[in-house]
Design a protein around this ligand. Structure first.
Ligand code: SAH
Length: 344
């Protein structure tokens, strides 16, 4: 299967997906993110949003949208800080959270102090779909599986994505001696012993924490040909002649899709978005990795037991937004925080 499919199953499969299980965040878990380290991070983002709300001409109705809110810490800190700016706070008609994991939805629900009496659960799963944040001024909160489902009801969207894009699936390609791109795929490491794994239905990737050697262990293989879909991806001008034999690239069409949608939508509604992630402003070659217990780990081992991530290619996100939205940056997070008044 493609690295993208592997990543998608290992992270968000309804059975055994790493985020689906949702337990691994925080100091005790596998990784810690800025909002989890200090509440100042969310406070700074709230100040940034307030400033930009002013620059947008103080729209009367706004919708706060967050992609991949994790434990809900950033949104909660932002809302608490935003209350210090009463006019901005009064404009917030609703909070819209794009989160697939039922477990994380429940964590976010509790973190935002939603009143259980007013919570509406999704019909098909044990996870909230609508709620009201009693702790944060009775703001309505809604959950969605994907950005295209968000309904801001005419409000101006203010979108935040913190460490979201790095979790979206990537494809890997290598340029062969024939001058053509070949896709790197995931195969079972030990095909004789692993053959049973191949026939498992999608979504049932092994999720044992400490697999015996050869079980739940995969390897990368190179295909002879590139699929039509992949060939189409690589026709983007980003991947032209600048690469030579043996070069690898990582491409996240899912990121481009979400970015294009977001760019189109926020521009149509006169809103804005803030993307915070780690990555570079050029195409990545080999950054696909696992993170487990605060250390890098082999991403091809025990899928579902660790976070999988790849550096974000900001130039590709901008490319996806071309003609749709005006993009600024990227700037280093240190410079951003410094400009907002935080001194390390
Ligand atoms: N923003 C948080 C969490 C980052 S982890 C923080 O910085 O602490 C990535 C988040 O994105 C998780 O909440 C995960 O469940 C969510 N996520 C990952 N892939 C997703 C997808 N395809 N659609 C919706 N949410 C996704």
């Amino acid at each position: 299967m493609s690295v993208a499919k592997y990543m998608q199953l290992a992270l968000t499969s309804p059975v055994g997906g790493y985020y689906t299980r949702g337990q691994a965040f925080g100091r005790e878990g596998d990784f810690v993110t800025s909002p989890e380290i200090s509440q100042m991070f969310g406070e700074i983002v709230a100040v940034w949003l307030t400033l930009h709300w002013e620059m947008l001409g103080r729209p009367v109705h706004t919708a706060l949208v967050e992609l991949g809110p994790g434990r809900g810490t950033l949104m909660d800190d932002m809302l608490r800080a935003a209350r210090r700016f009463p006019q901005f706070f009064a404009s917030i008609r609703g909070v819209h959270l794009v989160e697939r994991s039922p477990e994380l939805r429940r964590v976010q629900h509790d973190r935002l102090g939603c009143d259980a009496q007013q919570t509406q659960m999704a019909a098909d799963q044990d996870a909230p779909e609508r709620g009201v944040s009693a702790a944060r001024g009775n703001i309505p909160v809604r959950w969605y599986d994907a950005l295209d489902a968000v309904e801001p009801d005419g409000a101006v969207p203010l979108v935040v994505a913190h460490e979201f894009f790095d979790a979206l699936p990537i494809h890997k390609f290598e340029k062969g001696a024939d001058g053509l791109w070949h896709e790197i795929l995931v195969d079972v490491a030990d095909s004789s012993r692993g053959s049973a794994l191949v026939s498992l239905p999608p979504g049932s990737v092994p999720q044992r924490r400490d697999p015996a050697p050869g079980i739940g262990h995969f390897k990368l293989v190179r295909t002879r040909n590139v699929s039509a879909g992949a060939a189409l991806l690589l026709r983007d001008k980003q991947f032209d002649a600048q690469f030579s034999t043996g070069d690898m690239v990582e491409v996240s069409p899912e990121s481009a899709r979400v970015m294009a949608q977001m760019a189109d939508w926020i521009t149509r509604c006169n809103g804005l978005g803030l993307i915070v992630d780690y990555g570079q402003d050029w195409t990545q070659s080999d950054t696909f990795r696992g993170i487990k217990s605060h250390r890098f780990a082999d991403p091809l081992r025990a899928p579902g037991s660790m976070d999988l991530t790849a550096d974000v290619d900001f130039s590709y996100l901008r490319f996806a937004a071309r003609g749709k939205a005006e993009c600024h940056g990227p700037v280093e997070q240190g410079a951003f925080l410094h400009a907002m008044g935080i001194q390390a």
